[in-house]
Design a protein around this ligand. Structure first.
Ligand SMILES: [Zn+2]
Length: 287
């Protein structure tokens, strides 16, 4: 009996992996997680889990004042994405691309990490995040001080420029200053055009980054999707991989996602409020 009592008193222990056991112990946590449910349970799971993987998306940066640049009614609504092939073959496309990227970077550059970014940094510094994969290209995770060795920018970053010919990469500042000074398409020292180091439409993801993200998802005990609507593939497969491996899955996103009915915990609260609360709950319990 003491064994049963111990298990019941600590319902979040990771050794309880079988769905049947979990259902008996935690009937309220399985299935049909509604917005706002399960945050306390996320805290318990995060405290107990040895391997935690987080995936972040645009919703994490909205509290920093960075809008979804392609949302309806937005300033950039009429912008048509330039594909990699267009960038490589057309000077007009390169100018259009830099016009869009140059203007958006002015917004991003002025933004600051928000309490959601800072909560993730605190969790990482306490060893409670094994890998953070972000779809964001705004560089705010780096600027918030998140450990670089545990961060994957799976869609690249606007904080750097890359040369598609010689492979050189540099911080964004110099090329951006040239664009602001009137250079339509800033160029690498080798003469080829600089391209902000994001993954464009028609451009392959970095295989090594994708593999690292998938491997971590398939081997974690807690998977948290924060601020992502989980509609962009292939990175949204992380959810399936984590779930398939028996991880506890949580979705902290304001909008609906295709995985809501499968998530073990679901909250649509503002990330700048809920993530700091979760971090306080997880870190406050460390002895
Ligand atoms: Zn070059």
């Amino acid at each position: 009996m003491p064994l049963v009592a111990a298990a019941a008193a600590r319902p979040g222990r990771r050794r309880i992996r079988l769905a049947t056991s979990a259902r008996i112990l935690q009937p309220e946590s399985v299935g049909s997680a509604r917005a706002g449910t399960g945050v306390d349970e996320i805290v318990g799971r995060w405290r107990d889990a040895e391997r935690v993987v987080v995936l972040t998306g645009a919703g994490l940066s909205t509290d920093s004042g960075i809008p979804d640049f392609r949302s309806p009614g937005g300033r950039w609504e009429t912008y048509r994405p330039v594909t990699l092939q267009e960038f490589q073959s057309s000077e007009a496309s390169r100018r259009a691309y830099w016009r869009y990227k140059g203007e958006t970077w002015q917004v991003v550059r002025a933004a600051r990490p928000n309490p959601a970014h800072e909560a993730l940094v605190a969790l990482a510094h306490a060893g409670r995040i094994d890998l953070l994969v972000t779809q964001n290209v705004d560089g705010l995770h780096e600027r918030s001080g998140f450990p670089a060795d545990r961060l994957v920018n799976v869609h690249g970053t606007d904080a750097e420029v890359a040369c598609l010919r010689c492979g050189r990469r540099e911080p964004r500042a110099t090329a951006q200053a040239e664009w602001e000074a009137g250079v339509d398409v800033p160029a690498c020292p080798c003469g080829a055009p600089w391209k902000p180091a994001t993954i464009s439409f028609g451009q392959s993801l970095v295989e090594e980054d994708l593999e690292r993200a998938f491997r971590a998802a398939a081997d974690c005990e807690l998977f948290v999707a924060a601020g992502t609507s989980l509609v962009v593939g292939p990175i949204n497969r992380m959810f399936d991989l984590a779930r398939g491996a028996g991880a506890f899955t949580a979705i902290l996103t304001a909008s609906d996602t295709p995985y809501d009915s499968l998530a073990r915990a679901r909250s649509g609260e503002r990330l700048g409020e809920v993530l700091p609360r979760i971090a306080r709950g997880v870190l406050g319990e460390i002895h």
